[in-house]
Design a protein around this ligand. Structure first.
Ligand SMILES: [Zn+2]
Length: 286
């Protein structure tokens, strides 16, 4: 304690001011990050006292899996999902496609004022039966990264007809590989085969070019990213929690995962607010 006291007294006036600024910034940020509300009741997060700070340099990419009334972390319930879409609509968000995001990152293209890319991994049937009607109601389109070897094979996955209908209505159908094997556990040959087969399957079944992929289980490294590039994909999505900016690696695009938790909606609000604060306070992205 004595040593600390001594050290503190040795601080020059200028050092002390710096220290004070740091403490204030940290406290302000901590307070702001809690804006989502202390209220623990899930039913009524208070929307009117929430302000989402926008940063036109970044784009939020949401990542869902299942939309179903189940108690699983991968399953966001229908009422929760509807609440998220309602918020996004009320905050004035416009959903974009992976192609539009790519043009923004790589080509410097402009995006609508509040862009959001709403993605789903795996290609579950409930994306069609549950998420799609809700998104239609709020005027949003989504992107589904499908495991091409599961579609039309397993009951809880989309059929190719459902995928086609989604695609005909503005959804993007992209690749999540052919069999969902973690790429960090596969050989180069296996990875290349997975990448090529899933593209070919989407082409064969839907007549579409899949230009984007989401890494199965989110795992990747720079070598794998290069294999993805070599296979002809324009970009790849990870589960690295951040917003996308023009500094992002187009083969390692960041996303904001949305899971079912004890307080899904409070978490959702906190997550969509936290990232803009990172930029607002000038914290460096790693
Ligand atoms: Zn997956």
């Amino acid at each position: 304690m004595e040593i600390l006291k001594e050290k503190f007294q040795k601080l020059s006036g200028r050092q002390f001011i710096y220290l004070l600024i740091v403490v204030i910034v940290v406290l302000a940020a901590a307070a702001a990050a809690r804006l989502g509300g202390e209220d623990s009741s899930e039913a009524a997060p208070v929307m009117s006292c929430v302000t989402i700070e926008d940063d036109p340099r970044t784009v939020m990419v949401l990542n869902y899996h299942k939309i179903a009334n189940e108690h699983k972390s991968l399953s966001v319930t229908l009422p929760d999902f509807e609440q998220h879409m309602k918020w996004l609509q009320e905050y004035g968000y416009t959903s974009i496609t992976p192609e539009e995001l790519y043009a923004f990152v790589v080509g410097g293209a402009a995006l609508p004022e509040k862009p959001v890319l709403i993605t789903f991994d795996d290609g579950y049937k409930d994306n069609y039966t549950n998420a799609y009607p809700i998104m239609k109601k709020y005027g949003f389109k989504g992107t589904i990264f499908v495991v091409t070897g599961f579609l039309g094979v397993y009951d809880n996955y989309l059929t190719w007809d459902q995928a086609r209908e989604l695609s005909d209505n503005g959804f993007s159908i992209e690749s999540h590989t052919h069999s969902h094997k973690s790429m960090t556990e596969a050989s180069d040959e296996e990875i290349s085969r997975e990448l090529t087969r899933s593209r070919e399957k989407i082409k064969e079944k839907l007549g579409l070019e899949a230009d984007f992929i989401a890494y199965p289980t989110g795992t990747y490294n720079l070598h794998i990213a290069d294999l993805v590039r070599q296979a002809g994909y324009k970009g790849a999505f990870t589960i690295k929690y951040d917003n996308v900016s023009r500094e992002s690696n187009v083969y390692a695009l960041e996303r904001v995962p949305v899971f079912h938790t004890e307080k899904t909606n409070k978490d959702f609000l906190e997550r969509i607010q936290y990232l803009p604060l990172v930029y607002k306070y000038g914290w460096v992205k790693n």
